[in-house]
Design a protein around this ligand. Sequence first.
Ligand SMILES: Cc1cc2nc3c(=O)[nH]c(=O)nc-3n(C[C@H](O)[C@H](O)[C@H](O)COP(=O)(O)OP(=O)(O)OC[C@H]3O[C@@H](n4cnc5c(N)ncnc54)[C@H](O)[C@@H]3O)c2cc1C
Length: 828
Amino acid sequence: MAIDLPSRARVVIVGGGVIGCSVAYHLAKLGWSDIVLLERKQLTSGTTWHAAGLVGQLRQSINMTQLARYTGDLYRGLEAETGQATGYRQCGSISLATTAGRMEELKRNASMAKVFGLPVNVVGRSEIRSLYPLAHLDDVIGGIHIPSDGYANAVDITQALAKGARSAGARIFQDVKVTAIHNDGRRVSGVQTAHGRLDADYVVLCGGMWTRNLAASAGVTVPLHACEHYYVLFKDVPGLSPDLPVLRDYDHCSYFKYDAGKLLVGAFEPHARPWGADGIPEDFEFGEIAGDFSHFEPVLLDAMRRIPALEQAGIQKFFCGPESFTPDVRYHLGESTELERLFVAAGLNSIGLQSAGGIGKVVAEWIRDGHPPVDLWEVDVRRNMPFQINRKYLRERVSESLGLLYATHWPFRQYETARGARKSALHDRLAAAGACFGEAFGWERANWYAPAGTVPAGTAPAYAYSYGRQNWFEHSAREHLAVRGAVGLFDQSSFAKFRLEGADAQRVLNRISANEVNVAPGKMVYTQWLNERGGIEADLTVTRLTETAYLIVGGAETESKDFNWLKRHIDPSAHCVLTNVTSGMGVLSLMGPRSRELLQSLTPDDVSNEAFPFATSRTIELGYALVRASRITYVGELGWELYVPTEFMQGVYDELLAAGPRHGLVHAGYHALNSLRIEKAYRHWGHDITDEDTPWEAGLGFAVKLDKPGGFIGREALARQRDSGVRKRLVQFKLKSPQPLLYHNEPIWRGSSIVGFVRSGMYAHSLGAAVGLGYVTVPPGGDGALGGTPGGAAIDADGYEIEVAGIREPATASLRPLYDPKNERIKG
Ligand SMILES: Cc1cc2nc3c(=O)[nH]c(=O)nc-3n(C[C@H](O)[C@H](O)[C@H](O)COP(=O)(O)OP(=O)(O)OC[C@H]3O[C@@H](n4cnc5c(N)ncnc54)[C@H](O)[C@@H]3O)c2cc1C
């Protein structure tokens, strides 16, 4: 059949599942005309048609919950708006806990939900029984009930979104496969189809499990892989009613949902089966997978124990279909790192239906505004590293991802699959020293060290998870206190490191840095890179190496994003070259009051305070190597970061270790790094500072040079905010009780109001209690002006509480770091 495709459109959306249709709907609703959606087969024919239909709202973080919550609100009115039935029913949901850890997780989530007013009731066994009489509950401790949750028919929802999009002017073409993405190497320019080329200003990839390959064909990184995903439909279940809430039995990997007169029992088994590794068949359309009943059977047997009525019911259908999963079980949204105006909304990890409304909305607004409407870093496609589309890596990791949806989300939980992808040159030496590694962005990093003499016997370097003090707590405390009292050695090789060189390097870098980087060679500058709204896009140190060369160092998690931010801001006429040198240099950080004496014992260069002041950097001799030593700290002590060519790392490490015992040197890991930095109130990008927080709000005004020559990106927004005052401030909180632990997302109370939530939390061993950083609204009476501490009088007062698993814990608030507020320990 001839298809009369236009030759150009403003936006081309690839894929007609629930995600693509929602993006089309929301763009059209924003008033954008000339939207074209292309679907290779029929709408919903990929994964969407077989979604079980759960529409839950509570996720593991605040922003993700808000997206899911918007989805529920949208679906509630969609039928009335479009005239297309959606099958949406607000039956509520119950989540069960059969272990103390799970109950704590549910209670913490219920507390988090209060931040944005989602009613979540913590319920006991008798309430659950009256809400869900079919369930056998003898092993259940309790649970949570969310009255506003529900279910819907995924096909009908998608058709309703498509209808709404068409009514608002979007055009949808079926049986049109996109075969290539056109671009000029910098920006997307359109797509190729069998029916011709379609030029476009924007392309949005919503191709579900097909997205990895299509994106990769244009050099774009979208790591995802399909897995088999199972459910069974039971018929003739005695006592079944359409008003039964959705029931989630996380500890037994199953969920139960009314489905047109049947009971649907679905599985999130711990070890999933990857699917489609050799490619997805070209004719795959409304497809099913044969599946393996024996794989599903253990979950089924547990399900029959939970709902005994299933024993009298018959199996109507055993179903297995593919869904795409991602390495960190978070979906991929936003403008790609590699190509401007190429957007992605894919990798939905089995929550596509319940996320689609929010995703469509934020992607449409992101396209319209050129930036995300809220902080979406946790799902931002730019967080991915290029290696993550490696198929062996993906196959192994997604077999774990699926089960993680229902696993207990223990604090500090580490992935068990696809480990060892990126290793520092010291990896094996650190392992021999007792390191327990965690994985971050592919890197193996020492999180803590089992005490000497206990490896291999005694305390093994392995996690025993809980919501309380985990098995590494005391070991990490020892590392923490050794850094405060003597000297600790951190391997921070995973830092992202870039060199910018050329006659225009200073001009380019100064234009994107809020601080002044036109400094003398050998000086280091702590700076943020801001967007036009004054929000913080990156948090880095910049070292001027020579008149024309800089070393830029940032966090491992933002390697791709930061590199690309800088690259996109190098104007074509600028004479400078940007190189990612992360792999070429390891980093050893020596931190603590005795770091100087240790370093001095190993180098002929003078490292005294006079010769080597704070925030300076130069090359020194150490062992056989020439090492760049930078006097800077992320833990709040005297210390140096040593940038060592990778092939010299082992030798330098061996020198330090040989001399170390005379100076009290200990190995220290990333958990200690985190507890040290948080008690010093050092910010961490992605948690405490994001693209929607400004330096004024974050208390980083000291790193802003509003009046530097030439200005910088974000300056005008900051100048306006300086005059108008801030409405929120980042505050450090210390719990008054030494017992409870803070992780993140705990609500912050002032009197009877919630005024914010904890962005990051950790136990502060020098302060003797848990500490959290969180923004609070500037209270009435606080003037919000920037003359030092806006709202300072009120913020510094007592009267704050932080809610931990339903209990409000009194906390002390401070705008100044509670540890060494005058920086005396750093500059000596
Ligand atoms: C068994 C099962 C149960 C589930 N239950 C739930 C649930 O209860 N709640 C929930 O929220 N989620 C659930 N999900 C997940 C949900 O179904 C998915 O997350 C969602 O459907 C993904 O939507 P999508 O639009 O990203 O992908 P898809 O529906 O796969 O859509 C992508 C579309 O892109 C098209 N396409 C691909 N490549 C091209 C190309 N080159 N050119 C043109 N078109 C292309 C495909 O044909 C396809 O139609 C379940 C999934 C499964 C498998």
